[in-house]
Design a protein around this ligand. Structure first.
Ligand SMILES: Cc1cc2nc3c(=O)[nH]c(=O)nc-3n(C[C@H](O)[C@H](O)[C@H](O)COP(=O)(O)OP(=O)(O)OC[C@H]3O[C@@H](n4cnc5c(N)ncnc54)[C@H](O)[C@@H]3O)c2cc1C
Length: 325
């Protein structure tokens, strides 16, 4: 018996969310007296895979077919089902991202397994297998008990801190036979967002709304983000108005993020925006309207003009950082 974790490799290396996922699977496995096996699909170096042992993987299964370098729902499903059979997996874990959202339901259907999508907790196994998950675009939580023999879980990124330990693990090749039909639907091209900190992975995020008045004022957001080493985000109207690129839009119809710190500047805090950010550990709001709804969700709030307060906050942070060296 094992816990199988599907780990996405991006051009042969792993991102923070993969480490979090492996660590999560290892913790679930230890609760069940089992071991976590990581499944890696496509081209990847042995060293990178073996290093997953530092996050708790007991073993890596590698299906090295280069056609798996890009997501193919049917082929990925086949590989996960084969690996689940090979390891007698009782729990299958994937990330709640494009890959996990595409593959996990198909795997669950093939294995007649219950699925908890968007999990934010470890399972409570004291009376069944109860998982807390985000529902209604992050507006509420549901506790679901998966009663099937095999269980499938997709984990929301940034639900847990990643703690690297020492060690590596063995890598074993797994042979899966694919046919052309498995690759009938293919991803042809992936347009990557360039930038120092990917928003989905960022632990610190500085975000701007319509209160910034226009794209010409975005320098205050970017300067603050640069000082903090944070990613930048925005509300939907800002992206819709092309003040900022669409990948920065967070909320119900945009990205869902769970950073340690979310600084919302000139954003009203509409429920559709909060849906994407209310999992943030600490929320700081800067808004000139003391009645802005965002203050209700804030841990810290500043009532004031964004274009005056943000540069002052930036200067204060720079001074503080200078004293730390
Ligand atoms: C189906 C649906 C889905 C949606 N999905 C999303 C989504 O995913 N993400 C999202 O963000 N929105 C979404 N929306 C839109 C959402 O309802 C709000 O309209 C939007 O979030 C408002 O953006 P905003 O706060 O930037 O702008 P506004 O509502 O215009 O608010 C601007 C804020 O800035 C403040 N302000 C103004 N000037 C200053 C200043 N000088 N200094 C400081 N503060 C100032 C104001 O007090 C105000 O609170 C959705 C709406 C619908 C109907």
């Amino acid at each position: 018996m094992s816990v199988l974790v599907l780990v996405e490799n991006i051009e042969g290396s792993f991102k923070k969310k993969s480490f979090e996922l492996v660590q999560y699977a290892a913790a679930v496995a230890s609760k069940m007296g089992a071991q976590a096996t990581a499944l890696v699909l496509g081209t990847c170096s042995n060293d990178a895979m073996a290093a997953l042992g530092a996050y708790g993987a007991a073993k890596v299964l590698h299906v090295s077919d280069a056609r798996l370098d890009k997501l193919s729902a049917r082929a990925y499903t086949k590989a996960v089902v084969a690996a689940a059979g090979h390891t007698a997996a009782k729990v299958i874990v994937a990330s709640h991202d494009v890959v996990g959202k595409t593959v996990a339901p198909q795997v669950a259907s093939r294995l007649k397994a219950g699925l908890a999508a968007g999990a934010v907790s470890y399972p409570d196994t004291s009376n069944g297998f109860v998982i807390k998950r985000n529902v209604f675009a992050g507006k509420a939580f549901a506790f679901v008990n998966i009663t099937s023999d095999i269980k499938v879980v997709t984990l929301l990124a940034n639900s847990f801190q990643v703690a690297k330990a020492e060690g590596s693990c063995p890598v074993e090749a797994l042979s899966v036979t694919f046919d052309d039909k498995d690759f009938a639907v293919q991803v042809k091209e992936v347009n990557k967002v360039s930038g120092s900190v990917p928003l989905s992975e960022a632990e610190l995020v500085v975000s701007g709304g319509r209160g910034l008045k226009g794209p010409e004022n975005w320098g205050v957001i970017e300067d603050l983000a640069a000082t903090l080493g944070a990613a930048t985000a925005c509300s939907r109207p800002v992206a819709d108005s092309h003040w900022r690129p669409h990948h920065e839009h967070v909320g119900q119809t945009g990205g869902t993020i769970r950073p340690n710190l979310y600084i919302a500047i000139g954003i009203s805090g509409a429920i559709q925006h909060l849906a994407g950010v209310n999992g943030s550990k600490t929320i700081v709001v800067i808004n000139k309207d003391p009645e802005a709804p965002f203050f209700k969700a804030a841990d810290y709030g500043v009532v004031g003009d964004a274009l005056e307060v943000t540069p002052k906050l930036n200067e204060a942070l720079k001074k503080f950082k200078a004293t730390q060296h």
